[in-house]
Ligand binder design. Structure first.
Ligand code: KG4
Ligand code: ZN
Length: 342
C-alpha cells in the first residue's frame, strides 16, 4: 500500500437528498465514489420530504459504503461523515453509520460541517489550476443555504452575510413552480429564461443600496407572484413566462454579484472568490460573478457541477484538510446537528 493509500479517508454525505460515499487517498485523489440522488423519490411532492430522505439513505448507504471500499482497494485510516447542518434524520443515518464503522475498526472519526466541506471543496486537487490559498471568500448558494464567508482555514470561517429569508435555489424552485415547471426547478427555469427578455418586467433588485452582505429573495419572489396573479389561470403566454423567468434569474444573479462585490472590497488579504452549491451551475449567475470578480481583481473558482452539489468527496476532503492541521478526529461524541454554523 502506498503512503498516500495508507492515509485514505472514507467520506459519507446524507444531509439532504443525496446519498453519497467516497474514498480519497491522503492527497485527495478520488479512489472510488458512489452518489445516489433521490430526486425521483421527492419529485411527486415538489420538495424534499425528510422522512422519505432518511429512509432512502438508510436503505442505500450501507451498500454504497461496501462498494466504494471494495473499489478503492485500500483500508481507510479515517472516517468522515456530515454531521450538520441538514435534515436531522439523514444526518443521524450517515453520521451513525460512519461512527459505527470507525468504532469497529478503531479509526478516527471526523464529524464534518457540511458548509465547511463546500467551502474547502475548491482546494481539492484538480479543481483549480492552483488550489486557492487561505484566506479566500466563499459564496455558498444552494437549495438550502446562502452564505458569504471568509474561509481562513479548516475550522476557521468568518460568516459575513446570509439570507434573511429563502436560499437562492429555494427561490428558483418556488418561482419555477409558479411557472408550472417541474422540481427541482432551477435548471428548467434557466432553460426557459434563455429565450426571454430580462428587462420586460419591472422586478426589484434585492437589497439594492443596502449596507452589509446579507441576502433576501422573498421580495423578488413575491413580485413575480404578483405579476402572475394578473393572468387568468392557465393563460400565461409562453413569451411572458420566458420574460419573467429571465427577469427573475437576472435579478438573482445581480444581487449575488452585488453582495459578493461588496465583500471583495471589504475582505483584506483575499484574492479568490469560491462559489459552491447547485445555483453555481446557473450560467447567468456564473457570468455575473465572473464579471464582479474580475472587476475587483479577484480570481473566480467554481468547482465543476458534480463537486458544487452535495457529494461525499468534499466530506472526505474536509477531513483530510483537518488532518493536515493536526486535528486527530476525536469526534465520536459529536452529535448530529440540524443547525450548525461553519
Ligand atoms: O447544492 P444542491 O444540489 O443541493 C442543496 O440544496 O444542498 O442545490 C440544489 C439547488 C436547487 O434549488 C436547484 O433548483 C438549484 O440548486 N439549481 C439551479 C440550477 N441547477 C441547480 N438553480 C438555478 N439554475 C440552475 N442551473
Ligand atoms: Zn450542500
Amino acid at each position: 500500500m502506498s503512503s498516500q493509500g495508507h492515509a485514505a479517508v472514507l467520506g459519507i454525505e446524507t444531509s439532504c437528498d443525496e446519498t453519497a460515499a467516497a474514498v480519497l487517498d491522503g492527497a485527495g485523489r478520488v479512489l472510488a465514489e458512489r452518489l445516489w440522488s433521490q430526486t425521483a423519490e421527492h419529485a411527486p411532492y415538489a420538495g424534499v420530504v425528510p422522512e422519505i430522505a432518511a429512509r432512502a439513505h438508510l436503505a442505500r448507504l450501507p451498500g454504497m459504503i461496501e462498494a466504494v471500499l471494495a473499489e478503492a482497494g485500500v483500508a481507510p485510516s479515517a472516517v468522515a461523515a456530515t454531521a450538520g447542518p441538514g435534515l436531522i434524520g439523514g444526518l443521524i443515518v450517515g453520521a451513525n453509520l460512519g461512527k459505527g464503522f470507525a468504532l469497529a475498526r478503531r479509526l478516527p472519526f471526523y464529524a464534518v460541517n457540511h458548509l465547511e466541506a463546500h467551502a474547502l471543496s475548491a482546494r481539492l486537487p484538480g479543481v483549480a489550476d492552483e488550489a486557492p490559498a487561505f484566506p479566500y471568500l466563499t459564496l455558498l448558494v444552494s437549495g438550502g443555504h446562502c452564505l458569504l464567508m471568509e474561509t481562513r482555514g479548516p475550522g476557521a470561517h468568518a460568516v459575513l452575510g446570509r439570507t434573511l429569508d429563502d436560499a437562492p435555489g429555494e427561490a428558483f424552485d418556488k418561482v419555477a413552480k409558479m411557472l408550472g415547471l417541474g422540481w427541482p426547478g432551477g435548471p428548467a427555469l434557466e432553460r426557459l429564461a434563455a429565450g426571454g427578455d430580462a428587462e420586460r418586467f419591472a422586478l426589484p433588485r434585492p437589497m439594492l443600496g443596502r449596507e452589509g452582505f446579507d441576502f433576501s429573495f422573498s421580495g423578488l419572489k413575491t413580485a413575480v407572484a404578483t405579476i402572475l396573479a394578473a393572468y387568468p389561470a392557465g393563460a400565461l403566454p409562453e413569451r411572458d413566462a420566458a420574460d419573467l423567468a429571465a427577469g427573475f434569474q437576472a435579478r438573482v444573479a445581480w444581487t449575488l454579484a452585488d453582495r459578493a462585490r461588496r465583500a471583495m472590497r471589504a475582505a483584506k488579504g483575499c484574492s479568490v472568490l469560491v462559489v459552491s452549491g447547485g445555483v453555481a451551475a446557473n450560467g447567468a449567475v456564473r457570468a455575473a460573478l465572473a464579471e464582479a470578480a474580475s472587476g475587483e481583481g479577484f480570481t473566480l473558482a467554481v468547482p465543476p457541477p458534480a463537486l458544487c452539489t452535495d457529494n461525499a468527496v468534499m466530506v472526505a476532503w474536509a477531513a483530510i484538510e483537518r488532518r493536515r492541521v493536526g486535528d486527530p478526529g476525536a469526534d465520536l461524541g459529536v452529535p448530529s446537528c440540524p443547525r450548525w454554523a461553519p
